[in-house]
Ligand binder design. Structure first.
Ligand SMILES: Nc1ncnc2c1ncn2[C@@H]1O[C@H](COP(=O)(O)OP(=O)(O)OP(=O)(O)O)[C@@H](O)[C@H]1O
Length: 226
């Protein structure tokens, strides 16, 4: 499998009252296409920060991040935005759906910013994504009319509508009961089996064990990279 991500001595700090507070300290690792990787670790260990950097929402203070062999440091804002839109999909604990838009409209939203998909294809593309996550009968439902698990499925459809190489999920099952959470994990594992890389942050070790790799962060350091 080809290498999708490589981090070399990646570090990140935030500054408060002229004082440096390191969050990530010298992270080195690589992730291949189609891998499932869980990021675990105690609260405050830097998991979400690492995910934000992987998802190009934040830039590391030092070190190197190569995405498909290209250093993200060489990308300008527009190039990063294009990669975020066309190659990355996000899933959040609170689903982050737009309340007054239907499932179909929520899923179609990223396509409006994707110049490679003609507007005449928005509906069919979004519909296909919702069918894939098992929501063929909920296309016109508003988020409030859906269960938590169904809302997360809409969010997954939105994440995969642009056929991303990488799905980043921050505690995707955190607001769901165990059974519903497991069905969401199954769906993410299925996407990975079809070639999409999935990196997820979780506190749940039972979920981490189902991923091919678990990366453990303690105090901003990687302790278990395999
Ligand atoms: N911009 C910032 N300003 C102040 N503190 C920050 C900032 N960004 C991150 N932090 C701190 O950095 C540490 C790491 O945060 P991060 O959210 O990455 O941890 P986490 O492992 O995801 O935690 P949790 O499991 O609780 O979500 C925390 O102590 C957080 O408060």
């Amino acid at each position: 499998m080809a290498e999708l991500i490589r981090l070399e001595q990646l570090s990140h700090s935030f500054w408060q009252a002229k004082q440096e507070h390191p969050i990530l300290k010298g992270i080195s690792m690589s992730i291949n296409d189609g891998e499932t990787v869980a990021i675990t670790g105690p609260s405050g260990s830097g998991k979400s920060t690492l995910l934000s950097i992987l998802g190009l929402l934040d830039t590391a203070s030092s070190g190197q991040y190569y995405l498909r062999q290209q250093s993200v440091n060489t990308l300008n804002r527009q190039q990063k935005a294009q990669i975020r839109n066309q190659h990355l999909g996000w899933i959040f604990q609170n689903f982050s759906l737009i309340g007054d838009m239907t499932a179909l409209e929520n899923v179609a939203l990223p396509l409006r910013f994707n110049t490679t998909v003609p507007s005449s294809h928005y509906r069919a593309t979004a519909e296909a994504a919702l069918i894939k996550v098992g929501l063929a009968d909920k296309l016109n439902a508003l988020p409030a009319e859906l269960s938590g698990g169904q809302q997360q499925r809409v969010a997954i459809a939105r994440a995969l509508v642009s056929q991303p190489s990488l799905i980043l999920a921050d505690e995707p099952t955190g607001n769901l009961d165990t059974t519903t959470g497991q069905s969401i994990v199954n769906l993410l594992l299925q996407l990975a089996a079809e070639g999409t890389t999935v990196v997820l942050v979780t506190h749940d070790l039972a979920i981490a064990k189902q991923c091919q790799r678990a990366i453990h962060l303690v105090d901003g350091c990687l302790t278990d990279a395999q």
